[in-house]
Design a protein around this ligand. Structure first.
Ligand code: 5GP
Ligand code: MN
Length: 335
């Protein structure tokens, strides 16, 4: 993988470009993809954003989201865009399995793949150019660095600023995680100068739900959360019937895993949701408990030191039992 800077001389020649990201894109995935979409389109490239799956409705305010292809729903259109692509930007993921049904086609394509990502352990040989930096707060910060680093800071429009801010705000837990560095705050100041509407972005993301989602959170915190104080651990386990009862849609469960960390002493918060095809895990930690390794060791997952995810094809009860065993095996690290 050549350094990302090596692509700058080629940016001035228009190309067919696809931008893709991980399945069920979050605000960082969608924000970085759409910011890059607007940037490259303005440079004269023909750009299509292809998402492996659908995304939360509350991301639809993002400028350009209506043009994003959902590969699961519109496979032919996604394949057509990939067939013509010369470059495929891979944003906010670094292993192809995270693109679900797109993984095979992405692996086989003759185009150059370009990586911009902040997760651990990238599949480096796949990429022609790229940057992988786990110290970065978000892929949006890295896209900002990419644009500014190429001398294109003046190309940042208010739409690009809003998309970038959405990703950096959500991936830093609203600027609370240690990754919210001085550079992140400087970037936000620059985005403000370039027309960022931060209040609007915040409202679009955090105040844009239906009543059912708040009632669902109340129900979950009351009935589905177990605390294991001996291990400084909280576990939320959500059966499918709750998702049906409260008509839960993609994105409605985002952020739920953070709630138990507000309890004094809790170092590890785990959330498992019984989705149709798998049991999906989310892990969050405070301090020195490494959930990336934990997710890798026990739940076929990964992510960051303090935020990771994983999966299991076991039943809900089975995967919860496995978690409880894993928690006990990690008792020392959880002290
Ligand atoms: P979330 O809990 O929000 O779904 O994911 C937390 C972090 O872990 C995100 O940075 C996400 O990209 C990563 N992540 C989530 N699920 C998986 C997974 O199954 N495999 C890997 N490698 N990373 C994951
Ligand atoms: Mn991210």
């Amino acid at each position: 993988m050549k350094p990302i800077q090596d692509i700058y001389p080629h940016l001035t020649t228009p190309r067919n470009v696809v931008i893709t990201t991980h399945q069920k894109p979050d605000a960082d995935a969608m924000g970085s993809s759409l910011a890059m979409y607007h940037f490259l389109t303005a440079l004269g490239h023909s750009v299509t954003v292809v998402s492996p799956t659908n995304w939360a409705k509350w991301l639809d305010w993002m400028p350009g989201s209506a043009k994003v292809i959902d590969y699961e729903l519109q496979r032919d259109r996604g394949e057509a865009a990939l067939q013509q692509a010369q470059w495929v930007f891979c944003l906010d993921f670094n292993v192809l399995v995270r693109t679900k049904h797109m993984a095979n086609t992405l692996r086989q394509g003759a185009y150059d793949r370009i990586l911009i990502d902040h997760h651990q352990q990238p599949e480096v040989p796949l990429f022609t150019w790229g940057i992988s930096d786990t110290a970065k707060s978000s892929t949006c910060e890295m896209v900002y660095d990419f644009i500014v680093g190429g001398g294109y800071g003046d190309r940042i429009t208010p739409a690009i600023a809003d998309c970038l801010y959405a990703g950096v705000m959500t991936d830093t837990g609203s600027f609370r995680f240690p990754s919210a560095s001085a550079s992140v705050h400087r970037m936000v100041a620059d985005l403000k100068d370039r027309g960022l509407q931060h209040t609007l972005v915040h409202e679009n993301i955090y105040d844009n739900f239906l009543e059912n989602r708040l009632r669902f959170i109340g129900h979950i915190l009351l009935h589905r959360m177990d605390l294991f104080y001996e291990y400084n651990t909280a576990l939320i386990s959500i059966p499918k019937k709750d998702l049906l009862r409260f008509e839960i849609k993609t994105g409605d469960t985002e952020g739920l895993v953070n709630w138990p960390l507000s309890i004094q002493g809790i170092k590890l918060a785990a959330l498992v949701i019984d989705r149709d095809e798998e049991r999906k895990w989310s892990f969050r930690s405070k301090g020195d408990f490494d959930v990336n390794t934990f997710a890798r060791n026990y739940f076929e997952g990964g992510g960051h030191f303090n935020a990771a995810g994983g999966r299991s094809s076991d039943s809900l009860d089975g995967t919860v039992q496995r978690f409880l065993e894993a928690m006990k095996e990690n008792a020392l690290q959880l002290q």
